[in-house]
Design a protein around this ligand. Sequence first.
Ligand SMILES: [Zn+2]
Length: 89
Amino acid sequence: METEAETAATQSPVVDPQRECPHCHANLAYEVDGQTYSRLIGVEYPYGHKDRYDGVSEWRCPDCGTRTGRWSGRVLADGETEPRWGGRQ
Ligand SMILES: [Zn+2]
């Protein structure tokens, strides 16, 4: 049986790492019952992708589409992807 915490984490991650988009400065945080959640969209790379990771690799701003690496925290350029663990092995 899934615990309540696991369910919440899968559905809507707690804000990490950003509360504000580095590009459009949109507010990405919102609160429900005292818990902070993020509007960021988690992006997983498909099987066969060179940077495939079994989970979120990058965050996408729902307003402007700016992509940020999950581990590096860097804004990713067009065509650039986030290596697993931000390139650290
Ligand atoms: Zn944005």
